[in-house]
Design a protein around this ligand. Structure first.
Ligand code: NAP
Length: 312
């Protein structure tokens, strides 16, 4: 079995930052990312709140720059595994090596930093899965173009829903922004832009009962929670932005997680298992941003380096 000082799982901003810090300290590193590096940045059109870019930066551009920075520090002891992590067997017996199954291969390291992120949560209504890819989407940047000059709905009241609604409103004829409460939790500047947008109609205190359509989305059935009235809205597409769920199906049972399955760490990104760290959106925390993921990645790498130094 091939062994390393560290294994970084996930190529979003947390994983790439952790890799950058580890490479600069010349430790041997396995970097595991089955897709293109960038994580959710690749699904974001423009990032306006990452410091250092006063005019904002396109998501894929920031991902590209970070990846180049990692590549610049590549050493002979760096290996990029382009496959999926299946399981982690943590070292609980004091042997010191955590084993990670990547595809069919097992590798091991004294430290593992889990940066596998999160994925959009499903709404869980009738028609959602059946019409996935046929008008139901979780990615405005990927699918928005299919709905040029058509009518769509965006479901959710957080920053993702507001930001993606503003992006989609540039393409579509009309957009319904559907939120289950009257107050939106998204940032005020996004709320103001959405509420003032001529193409956006906001449906507050409204939930989706069902997504309608035989072979493609043709409408949605919604309920106004204040009046109890059910109505049908004719439209061509529905975009869901109702939060995230952790991408951690491969994580060991012994690892402490919160009620939603996000990994619990201390401020130094240490988990309850020695030598195992978590950083970025997979971590149990309040604020999930590129800026906080980058900070988590740097902190986790620093903790892993301290652990490796004390081990030797
Ligand atoms: P979020 O903040 O958790 O918001 C999820 C939204 O979906 C909430 O409005 C919630 O309603 C609603 N929701 C949840 N379950 C629902 C259900 N079953 N039916 C109907 N509505 C439901 O998720 P997010 O917007 O994806 O953002 C996640 C994190 O990323 C946040 O920390 C956010 O600030 C951050 N983010 C930041 C930016 C940015 O700064 N530019 C952009 C995107 C995301 P309630 O409000 O009623 O709970």
């Amino acid at each position: 079995m091939k062994t390393y000082d560290a294994i970084v799982i996930g190529g979003g901003p947390a994983g790439m930052t952790a890799a950058l810090y580890l490479l600069r300290s010349e430790v041997s590193l396995a970097f595991v990312e089955k897709l293109s590096s960038g994580g959710q940045m690749l699904q974001t059109e423009k990032i306006e709140n990452y410091p250092g870019f006063p005019d904002g930066i396109l998501g894929y551009e920031l991902a590209d720059l970070l990846e180049k920075q990692v590549q610049n520090w590549k050493t002979e002891d760096f290996f990029h595994y382009r496959d999926e992590v299946r399981t982690i067997e943590p070292s609980l017996d004091g042997s010191g090596y955590h084993k990670v199954q990547v595809g069919d291969e097992w590798i091991a390291a004294r430290t593992v930093i889990v940066c596998s992120g999160s994925a959009y949560r499903k709404l869980g209504v009738a028609g959602e899965l059946r019409l996935l890819g046929k008008g139901v989407s979780y990615c405005a940047l990927c699918d928005g173009n299919f709905f040029r000059d058509q009518v769509v709905a965006v479901v959710g009241g957080g920053n993702s829903a507001l930001e993606e609604a503003l992006y989609l409103a540039r393409l579509v004829k009309k957009l319904y922004l559907i939120h289950r409460r009257d107050e939106f939790r998204g940032t005020k500047c996004y709320q103001d832009k959405c509420f003032a947008h001529p193409k956006i109609e906001v449906l507050r205190s409204t939930v989706v009962n069902e997504i309608l359509g035989e072979h493609a989305v043709s409408g949605i059935s919604v309920k106004n929670l204040k009046t109890g009235e059910d109505t049908t809205v004719d439209l061509d597409g529905v975009f869901m932005f109702v939060g995230f769920q952790p991408q951690g199906g491969f994580l060991p049972d012994q690892l402490d997680k919160d009620a939603q399955g996000f990994v619990v760490t201390d401020a130094e990104m240490r988990t309850n298992i020695k030598g195992l760290y978590a950083a970025g959106d997979i971590r149990s925390k309040m604020c999930r941003q590129v800026a906080t993921a980058v900070g988590d990645g740097a902190t986790a790498a620093n903790s892993a380096l301290t652990y490796l130094e004390n081990y030797e």
